[in-house]
Design a protein around this ligand. Structure first.
Ligand code: BDP
Length: 684
């Protein structure tokens, strides 16, 4: 066991469970000839049932007792009522029923893609102990586009990648097509991911040249049967870089003609190409503002070229202008006024929070604030700011928190999940044998896909089913591991950035604590800019007496967030600058509470180690030892975070440590002196 099989391990079930699964999957009935997608579904069912039970189901023409039947409206048995109208192009239903006296199971969908998703759902049910003789499930995704964003460079380095090199072997493609691409497609299809952006948002124009399009087309050919469309990040200056034009001005007719010809060329190579993802006028990337044009002008230029082919543009709202005096306000300030100015096939892609993938951020104020513009939610699966792949942090609760956040933009039905037409996750996948850099990081890929498909699932239920498929079905161990995962995100918030603090990480690589840094090229990259700690207190005043970022939220939120008493404590220092003796809900002063949170984070990691030790008998030795070693690193680093932050904040507050507090192990100077010149970071 090395993790390669992720949650599609299909290892033999306990004997009684094997018999129950085999009784419902003795044969497979499906339409002939089968499309590549249907073939993929059937192959997965055979592989899964064979692995779980030791018997491979035979394909049959007619249903016998214990048949699994994959049916569409054209092939469903007469007289069986199924909710076709509700299933759409991707949904499926699983039904146990009796047909001419024989007990069978229907996997029903309007399309072969729905059958593929339904087949994976049936396999999930088989592995998580569902009663396969009495199935009655139905599921349809509410968010149309569910994409991975690879920040993979053409030289195979991965920006913010902690799992080895890029899985896309651009050098050998298109002639050599790694079998791993098929396993990648299977894993994503099992979650319902239906698109993938192959290259980094910090894009090279070369990704749009004919040789690279041929390589992307070879990947697309592998992913297509699994319902996954290929997308590419596009560099806005490509007409200059590749086309030799003097400008990339979006209103220039030659530039428009260049993109149109480029789109035509792409669709000749990849007929179902998804579209472009664009990072423009941000962190050195070119964009329409270089020519005095707006983000809408830029996005509409690409949209116009893609439109005849049905392609879409995902235009990112992660920008640094206009200078509002508050980093957290820039995306909204730039994009909200453009609502209504985007072409219909443009989707504005917004990070979950207004700063940058922190352990905890309030939801981005753009959600719900651009009613005329489709929005995408961008989540980060790779843990750039949460301890890389070394720390065990299950992101399900973070994803759940933002998906369920109620923007209050409409009287009802205004959660972030209800406001978006797409969900994108910055991938954590690489050539590492276990794909994601650590066993538990695969849970974040899993949770991303499952919650993007159905935001109403609970992060805890998703953790449970992941454990059952990935590690063990032993009930005690499943309970312990689900509990471990459930608290892991709160642990990292506590030992890194409690109470709404943010961006205290080391410069550039974002590894480790550096709350003291105050000399970066941009003021709003400095940790001191974000925490604003001094003798008088700590926190960023974003109320009307400060930057007034609260005004970017719906009035109800703006009012709530303007007062410390009505601000959720977890967000307190995001919105308020408060004196050290401010009284907290616990009765402690803010100073004492801050330290208590750091202590709690460290203690939680110790508890996670104990929980992992307790399930040792239920986990294979190789993976158990690997995770235990990672947890030891995490424990040491949680202590480092806690100690360095306590030492620093004490130097600023000038206050004594509350009675009974363990003093930091080392001096502040010692923490400041640490250097990590080879930490993974930007790549490229
Ligand atoms: C930041 C990353 C940087 C990305 C940027 C982005 O540090 O590597 O390029 O976001 O999202 O979080 O464009």
């Amino acid at each position: 066991e090395d993790g390669y099989d992720v949650w599609l391990r299909y290892r033999p079930l306990p004997a009684a469970a094997q018999a129950r699964v085999w009784a419902q999957a003795r044969s497979l009935v499906h339409a002939e000839p089968a499309s590549p997608t249907l073939q993929a579904a059937v192959a997965e069912l055979k592989r899964g049932v064979a692995g779980l039970t030791g018997h491979e189901p035979k394909v049959a023409r007619q249903p016998t007792a214990g048949a699994l039947m994959l049916v569409t409206p054209a092939t469903a048995p007469a007289g069986v009522a199924l909710p076709w109208g509700e299933l759409g192009a991707e949904g499926y239903a699983l039904r146990s029923l009796t047909l001419q006296g024989r007990a069978v199971t229907l996997i029903a969908a309007c399309t072969d893609r729905g059958l593929l998703y339904g087949s994976f759902a049936w396999l999930r049910a088989a592995q998580t102990g569902a009663d396969l003789a009495a199935l009655n499930q139905q599921s349809t995704p509410k968010v149309a586009l569910r994409l991975l964003n690879h920040w993979d460079n053409l030289d195979r380095t991965v920006e913010r990648g902690y799992a080895g090199a890029s899985i896309w072997d651009w050098w050998k493609l298109p002639d050599l097509v790694d079998a791993r691409y098929t396993d990648y497609a299977r894993a994503n299809a099992s979650l319902g991911v239906n698109g993938t952006v192959l290259n980094n948002v910090n894009a090279k124009a070369e990704s749009l040249t004919a040789p690279f399009l041929a390589k992307a087309a070879a990947v697309a050919n592998v992913l297509r049967p699994y319902g996954i469309k290929v997308w590419l990040s596009a560099r806005f200056s490509a007409p200059k870089d590749l086309g030799g034009l003097p400008t990339a001005d979006p209103l220039d007719p030659a530039v428009r003609a260049w993109w149109k010809a480029k789109a035509d060329e792409i669709y000749r190579a990849i007929p179902d190409f998804g579209g472009f993802l664009v990072k423009a006028n941000s962190e050195g990337q070119p964009g329409p503002q270089d020519y005095g044009r707006t983000h809408a002008d830029g996005a509409n230029l690409l949209a116009e070229a893609l439109r005849p082919h049905g392609g879409q543009v995902m235009w990112r709202a992660f920008v640094y202008a206009p200078d509002t005096g508050d980093r957290a306000m820039q995306g909204y300030a730039e994009f909200q006024p453009l609502d209504g100015r985007f072409a219909p096939n443009v989707i504005v892609q917004v990070k979950n929070g207004a700063v940058d993938f922190q352990p905890r951020e309030p939801f981005h104020p753009l959600f719900g604030a651009m009613p005329k513009t489709p929005l995408a939610l961008e989540l980060q699966i790779t843990k750039e700011y949460l301890g890389f792949s070394t720390h065990l942090v299950y992101l399900g609760p973070l994803f759940e928190e933002v998906l369920r956040a109620d923007t209050r933009r409409q009287p009802q039905g205004a959660t972030v999940a209800q406001q978006v037409t797409a969900i994108a996750g910055v991938a954590n996948i690489g050539t590492d044998r276990s794909w994601c850099g650590s066993q538990f990081d695969c849970a974040n890929w899993y949770a991303f896909g499952r919650l993007a498909w159905d935001a109403d699932l609970s992060a805890e239920a998703v953790a449970r089913e992941w454990v059952q498929q990935t590690f063990t079905t032993a009930p005690g161990a499943v309970r312990t591991l689900t509990a471990l995962m459930a608290t892991s995100r709160e642990a990292v918030v506590d030992y890194m950035t409690p109470l709404g603090l943010h961006h205290l990480m080391g410069t550039g690589h974002h590894h480790g604590p550096a709350p003291w840094v105050n000399d970066l090229e941009r003021a709003d990259w400095n940790p001191t800019y974000f925490h604003r700690a001094g003798r008088d207190g700590i926190g960023f005043d974003r109320t009307p007496t400060g930057s007034n970022a609260v005004a970017q939220y719906a009035p109800e939120w703006a009012a709530r967030l303007s007062r410390p008493e009505s601000t959720p404590e977890d967000w307190l220092l995001w919105f308020h600058h408060l004196p050290w003796d401010h009284r907290m809900a616990s009765g402690r002063t803010l100073w004492a509470e801050l330290i208590a949170r750091y202590d709690r984070g460290e203690a939680r990691v110790a508890e996670m180690r104990a929980q992992w030790a307790a399930v040792r008998a239920d986990i294979d030795p190789a993976r158990h030892a690997e995770v235990a070693a990672y947890l030891a690193v995490q424990a040491a680093e949680a202590r480092w975070w806690r100690d360095a932050c306590v030492a620093y904040f004490q130097s600023v507050s000038g206050l004594p440590l509350p009675a009974g507090t363990r003093p930091p192990e080392r001096t502040l100077q010692a923490y400041k002196a640490l250097r990590f010149n080879f930490a993974p970071g930007r790549g490229g």
